[in-house]
Design a protein around this ligand. Sequence first.
Ligand SMILES: NC(=O)C1=CN([C@@H]2O[C@H](COP(=O)(O)OP(=O)(O)OC[C@H]3O[C@@H](n4cnc5c(N)ncnc54)[C@H](O)[C@@H]3O)[C@@H](O)[C@H]2O)C=CC1
Ligand SMILES: O=C(CO)COP(=O)(O)O
Length: 344
Amino acid sequence: MRIAVLGAGSWGTAIATLLSRNGHDVRLWGRQSAAVDDINFRHENHRYLPGVRLPDQLLATTDLAWALAGAQTVFFVVPSTAMREVSRQAARFIPADALLVHAVKGFDVASGQRMSEVLQEETGWDTRRMAVVSGPSHAEEVVRGYPTTVVVASVCQETAETVQDVLMSATFRVYTNPDVVGAELGGSLKNIIAIGVGIADGLGYGDNAKAALMTRGLAEIARLGIKMGASPWTFAGLAGVGDLIVTCTSRHSRNFRAGRLLASGLSLADAMNEVGMAVEGVPATKVAVALAARHEVDMPITQATYDVLFGGKSPQDAVKELMGRPRAHEVEDVAVPLYARWLS
Ligand SMILES: NC(=O)C1=CN([C@@H]2O[C@H](COP(=O)(O)OP(=O)(O)OC[C@H]3O[C@@H](n4cnc5c(N)ncnc54)[C@H](O)[C@@H]3O)[C@@H](O)[C@H]2O)C=CC1
Ligand SMILES: O=C(CO)COP(=O)(O)O
């Protein structure tokens, strides 16, 4: 299949590599000619995935029209902050019968929209021909062929299965799921919790605190997700608890690393600079706080992360306040279906 991948950072390069190794004819679009030359002539993306040999047949380009010419499937893999601009630029070059897939974990800050909403708005595409890839999948491990599992969500099962077929390999296992809203929210909201876990880790608070943040983080993600129309089951799956675990525990996670740097006293700008790649949890925190208010959902960990990132609150005070919240009962309406699923 002829496939275009838009975005030549860590994840775009990893997805293009995976597709190319699966035998597809892949054109990878990036805006920086240095990265494109690196991929074409040295078969490496040394800025984002140093030390990994990329397939000889993988072609990179800065020419968006050429990347999209004849594409049967188009993957959008840019940071959420670039999604509207890139999908708007790409729209006129996309062949009318192409499937559109995105693998972006974040929101459009200006509108609060999910990525598939932005993509649909900018391209006018039929949602039945769109899908989202989400789940625990650090690029650094995927390109090295370490076993990885993800979810492809689409309102159309046939579309999800087509995308499943193109991505599946001996080391990359793909599950389908009809819940686009849940897959997108799970992938985007876990980044905020990972920043919180990174902060707790940087403060030396230990493993109990990490487990607490992950567990209670999942509860608040699911609480908002259900209000926004997601299925509770999705949060018990790869795009929910699966991605939350990997992002809160992996040394590859940029969100976790940003949290640790904040705890060491760096400003937000310096922490993001030091990470040097997309830290999606930062813009997502702004949107999540607004969504929590709009849907009248309690999201104390997300709010505490917001207060540290944008409200000048010290990480120590944020933790103290979380611990000092009023007494609560654990099993809530969200937890019951989740536990029922785990026990079944
Ligand atoms: N890196 C990973 O392991 C994974 C990343 N993701 C998601 O994939 C998305 C992309 O992230 P990464 O590739 O990791 O980021 P990255 O920081 O590694 O690379 C970002 C790329 O986007 C390009 N870019 C930035 N602004 C642009 C614009 N306006 N127009 C065109 N290109 C632009 C940069 O030049 C760079 O090539 C994010 O939403 C991230 O959450 C999802 C799963 C795994
Ligand atoms: O989403 C990811 C892994 O599934 C990547 O997480 P980070 O952006 O924190 O590195």
